[in-house]
Design a protein around this ligand. Structure first.
Ligand code: HEC
Length: 216
């Protein structure tokens, strides 16, 4: 828990879910669009305000966030065709490194993976964000504070190798996990500009470098 901090998308999800519980009855009258109710919009307007760099505009949902929250609220599985189309759009939006180089410095990557700070009103604007990977993934040996919301990534490259296909897949996963699972809980680090391209390369090196503690 100590490393856990809400990212924009996670905070947004929580806000939407909290909001829809209150709007439930009214929403049933507008099947399929629980977030359009006046009471839900009222909650957003009354309970959220710009503070520092955390702006209310962040609450504007992406199409995927809207659809995922909607089906979650309705308690129905998202139709396959919709999930596939959201994933294809996310996939098409992935920006790969311009110089074709996927790997930076794993030591920097480890700091980013351990750092849960960033994007909050109390953070100094311009300070680099963390990736908080360890809050959700076990990545290294002997650190009991790692989370298990995501799959274990310990020995990532040792198990999968470092082929071009794996590099590309891993980059896209970090850029926007929604490209593989429309309603992924993993923050879209590239798509939402949480991490810079260099930071993503450093985190990639953490996963791929044979000398990184992930592969030891
Ligand atoms: C809020 C939780 C959360 C955070 C933070 C998070 N992830 Fe994930 N990650 C997940 C979940 C959940 C999955 C499972 C896949 C899904 O959602 O479809 C996943 C999947 C992955 C995968 C694919 C694993 C596989 O088996 O193919 C990789 C690689 C990955 N994450 C890397 C990272 C890195 C690197 C970071 C930090 C920059 C990070 N994750 C931060 C939740 C998280």
């Amino acid at each position: 828990m100590k490393k856990f901090a809400l990212f924009a998308s996670a905070a947004l999800g929580a806000a939407m879910l909290a909001g829809c519980a209150g709007a439930k009855q009214e929403a049933s009258a507008q099947a399929g669009n629980p977030f359009a109710t006046a009471s839900f919009q009222g909650i957003l307007k009354n309970d959220f305000a710009d503070k520092g760099q955390a702006k209310v505009s962040r609450l504007k949902q992406t199409e995927a966030q809207y659809e995922c929250s909607k089906y979650d609220y309705l308690g129905k599985p998202m139709p396959d065709a919709l999930a596939k189309s959201l994933e294809a759009k996310a996939q098409a939006g992935v920006v790969y490194p311009a110089d074709g180089k996927y790997l930076g410095d794993w030591k920097e990557g480890l700091k980013i993976a351990e750092n849960g700070k960033g994007m909050q009103w109390s953070d100094k604007p311009g300070t680099p964000n963390g990736g908080n990977c360890l809050a959700c993934h076990k990545m290294i040996a002997n650190d009991p504070s790692q989370g298990n919301i995501g799959p274990e990534l310990y020995h990532y490259a040792k198990l999968r190798g470092d082929s071009e296909a794996i590099l590309k897949y891993t980059w896209a996963r970090i850029y926007n996990s929604g490209a593989f699972n429309a309603c992924s809980y993993m923050p879209p680090f590239g798509a939402h500009k949480i991490l810079t391209q260099q930071q993503m390369k450093d985190v990639m090196a953490l996963l791929m470098d044979p000398n990184s503690p992930v592969n030891k």
